[in-house]
Design a protein around this ligand. Structure first.
Ligand SMILES: Cc1cc2nc3c(=O)[nH]c(=O)nc-3n(C[C@H](O)[C@H](O)[C@H](O)COP(=O)(O)O)c2cc1C
Length: 388
């Protein structure tokens, strides 16, 4: 007999009760306080920072300290940490807790980029069970009342899957929830996410929430993922690039009151232009520098205006703006009455890429445990900068 799965009205992560089972995925270079505030203005749930390296935090690197600063409207405050050295990760968690700088801490075990996996970090790390267990155990303990969660991939490749075992280790270690990006590291962002793996993780990890991640492009996708996999919440990354209002659609669809009702927002070009302008203004505030904020909004132009009738010349000029006044002048030239273009604005956006063999430390796959000596060598190779 199969039971229908109703969307959960809320999501509990340790002591936190979220008003929707929805999480903004950490995205380096994207989910700074400006973007998090913008998404939150439309929606509900939890909004995670871009990845912060534990070592840079412990060393109080100036950029890192700025990246972990939240706006007063950001409640609960959520920070994602990356690290390969248990002692450094523990020290980073302790710093956040003792200085009251976060209400939730996520640990990154999903990053597939070569500069991270080559050091044994991100998606490569759970392969070394002893190291993974040590990091999550010490982080959860140092977190105390602040919930610490794990975000991971299925494994390194189809022959080296780690997620079921890592999920159980995390659960035993006192981790408050696990999120699965249902791809292997070698897939990078190619193909489609294997939602069946989320179902399998939900069956393996029974005492803490299991969150599903991968290929949610609309609120309908989120409802479908929850129904098909039985996961307790969704983590949304690329789908909200240039569409921060997706969090409004998600909150309505997954329902603060548990009802799967609600219509998607009517994203006319005027609506999109207002969101784009607000994003630019928040970036200027975040960088405390109009030039830098405007340079940063340039990478979002293609995402915001995907499928809308905006000419090539205007797109090119939006992608070179230096001031808010320039943005205003360009937005005024748009056909603001243009309706939502439907399918042309939907679907995949952001990274895709092709599968490739992940870069790993020498001999990484030879055994499942790392041992103390190799672990200390890894610590020396830890990344020392954030948000990359
Ligand atoms: C530009 C970009 C930056 C990312 N940075 C991070 C990061 O800092 N930490 C992390 O755990 N995942 C990072 N990810 C992965 C996302 O959090 C997410 O797991 C992935 O995009 C799959 O979800 P999606 O299909 O909803 O995009 C990043 C993804 C993108 C596209």
């Amino acid at each position: 007999m199969s039971l229908a799965v109703a969307p959960a009205p809320t999501l509990r992560i340790g002591p936190l009760t979220l008003d929707a089972p929805v999480v903004l995925a950490p995205m380096a270079g994207i989910t700074n306080t400006a973007f998090r505030r913008l998404c939150r203005e439309y929606g509900a749930g939890l909004y995670v920072s871009e990845m912060i390296t534990s070592r840079a935090l412990v060393e109080r690197n100036a950029t890192t300290m700025r990246l972990i600063t939240h706006h007063e409207s950001e409640v609960p405050r959520s920070i994602q940490l990356y690290g390969v050295d248990p002692a450094t990760v523990e020290a980073a968690v302790r710093l956040l807790v003792e200085e009251d700088r976060a209400d939730h801490i996520d640990l990154n075990f999903g990053c597939p980029v070569p500069k991270v996996t080559r050091k044994g970090g991100g998606a490569a790390l759970p392969w070394k069970r002893d190291l993974f267990r040590d990091i999550v155990t010490r982080a959860a303990r140092a977190g105390g009342a602040i919930p610490v969660t794990v975000k991971m991939r299925k494994g390194i490749d189809d022959d080296h899957l780690t997620y079921l075992e890592a999920g159980r280790i995390a659960e035993d270690a006192g981790i408050a929830a696990v999120a699965l990006h249902a791809r292997t590291a070698s897939q990078f962002y190619s193909g489609t996410a294997d939602w069946a793996a989320i179902t399998a993780l939900k069956e393996a990890v029974t005492s803490i929430p299991v969150l599903g991640n991968g290929d949610i492009w609309s609120a309908d996708d989120a409802v479908r993922m929850m129904a098909e996999t039985g996961c307790d919440g969704v983590v949304v990354g690329r789908g909200c690039l240039g569409r921060p209002w997706l969090f409004g659609d998600l909150a309505r669809a997954l329902g603060r009151d548990g009802s799967a009702a609600g219509e998607p927002v009517d994203a006319t070009l005027a609506f999109v232009a207002r969101a784009f302008r607000r994003h630019a203004e928040l970036l200027v505030e975040f960088f405390d520098d109009e030039g830098r904020g405007c340079r940063d909004i340039r990478k979002h132009v293609a995402w915001y205006f995907k499928g809308y009738p905006v000419g090539g010349d205007t797109r090119a000029r939006l992608a070179t703006v230096s001031t808010l006044a320039e943005i205003d002048a360009l937005l005024e030239t748009l056909d603001l009455d243009a309706p939502y273009p439907g399918a042309a604005a939907e679907g995949q956006r952001g990274r895709a890429g092709t599968p490739k063999r992940p870069a790993l430390p020498d001999g990484w796959l030879d055994s499942r445990d790392i041992g103390a000596e190799a672990s200390s060598r890894l610590a020396e190779a830890e990344l020392d900068h954030s948000g990359g």
